[in-house]
Design a protein around this ligand. Structure first.
Ligand code: ADP
Ligand code: ADP
Length: 234
C-alpha cells in the first residue's frame, strides 16, 4: 500500500453563481520513504490539495487514503485523532513553544500522542542524536541558533514516527540561508529517518530537494519529473 493515495480528488468552493473548481480530479500515489514536491503557480490549488491531505479541508468528491485508510470515511473526531496520531507538520516559523526547553518541546509531541511516559526520554535522546542537537536539549528556543531551532522543530515533527510529514511552503518567507537549512533538515528527515514527505512549494530550489515533483495547474496535474530525469549523471 502506498503511504498516500489520491483518487480523482475534486474540490469545489462556493455555490450557484460563483463556483471555483480548485481541484479537478487529482490522482497520484506516494510510496513509503518518498519525498515528493507539489509545484504550481499561485491559485493552482496547492494549498487546497495540502489542506485536504492534512484533513483540514474535505474534498467535494474522490478519495484520499493514508496507509490504506480512506479519510473520506472518517468523522470529524476521527479525523482530528488521525491528524494528531499519523501526521507530522513542518512550519517555516518553527512553532516552538518559547517557555519550554528543546527537550520539553520534543517530549510534548510524544505526550500529546499518548506515548508511554517511560519511553519518552530514550526516544527524545535518540532523535536528538540523529539530528545532532543533543547539546541544546536543555536550552530554550531564544538560546538556540535558527538552524538548531529548525532541527528541534524537525525532531518534534518526526519523533512520534508519523506516517506522513507535510510541509507547506517551508521556505516561503525565509532568506536563502535559512531556506537552505530548512531544506537540509527535510532532506535529513527523509534520508536518515526515512520520513515520507509531501512538500508544497512554488520555489524551484526547494522542489529540487524532492525525489519527484508533481506540477499542478488549474487544479490538475500536468507534469511529473523525477530527480535524475534532468541530470546527466545519477
Ligand atoms: P495555491 O495554493 O496554489 O495558491 P489555492 O489552493 O489557495 O491555490 O487556491 C486554488 C483556487 O481555489 C483559487 O482560485 C482560490 O481563489 C480558490 N480558493 C481557495 N480557497 C478558497 C476558499 N476557501 N473559498 C473560495 N475559493 C477558494
Ligand atoms: P496561500 O496559497 O499562500 O496558502 P491563499 O491566498 O491562496 O494563500 O489563501 C489564504 C487563505 O484564504 C486560505 O485559507 C484559502 O483557503 C483562503 N482563500 C483563498 N482564496 C479564497 C477565495 N477566493 N475566497 C475565500 N477564501 C479564499
Amino acid at each position: 500500500t502506498p503511504v498516500l493515495a489520491l483518487r480523482n480528488v475534486e474540490k469545489v468552493f462556493g455555490r450557484r453563481g460563483s463556483v471555483t473548481h480548485a481541484l479537478n480530479g487529482i490522482s497520484f500515489n506516494v510510496g513509503k520513504g518518498e519525498f515528493i514536491g507539489i509545484m504550481g503557480p499561485s491559485g493552482s490549488g496547492k494549498s487546497t490539495l495540502l489542506n485536504c491531505v492534512a484533513t483540514i479541508d474535505v474534498p467535494t468528491s474522490g478519495h484520499i487514503l493514508v496507509d490504506g485508510q480512506d479519510l473520506t470515511t472518517l468523522s470529524k473526531r476521527q479525523l482530528a485523532a488521525f491528524r494528531r496520531d499519523q501526521m507530522g507538520f513542518v512550519f517555516q516559523d518553527f512553532n516552538l513553544l518559547d517557555t519550554l526547553t528543546a527537550y520539553e518541546n520534543i517530549a510534548l509531541a510524544l505526550t500529546i500522542k499518548h506515548a508511554r511516559p517511560s519511553a519518552i526520554p530514550s526516544r527524545v535522546k535518540s532523535i536528538a542524536g540523529t539530528l545532532g542537537i543533543e547539546e541544546v536539549l536543555d536550552k530554550y528556543p531564544y538560546q538556540m541558533s535558527g538552524g538548531q531551532q529548525q532541527r528541534v522543530a524537525a525532531a518534534r515533527a518526526i519523533v512520534s514516527d508519523p506516517k506522513l510529514v507535510l510541509a507547506d511552503e517551508p521556505t516561503g518567507a525565509l532568506d536563502s540561508r535559512s531556506a537552505a537549512v530548512m531544506l537540509d533538515t527535510l532532506d535529513m528527515m527523509n534520508r536518515v529517518l526515512s520520513a515520507t514527505i509531501m512538500m508544497v512549494t512554488h520555489d524551484a530550489f526547494a522542489a529540487s530537494f524532492a525525489q519527484r515533483v508533481l506540477f499542478i495547474k488549474d487544479g490538475r496535474l500536468f507534469n511529473e519529473i523525477r530527480r535524475g530525469d534532468l541530470s546527466r549523471e545519477d
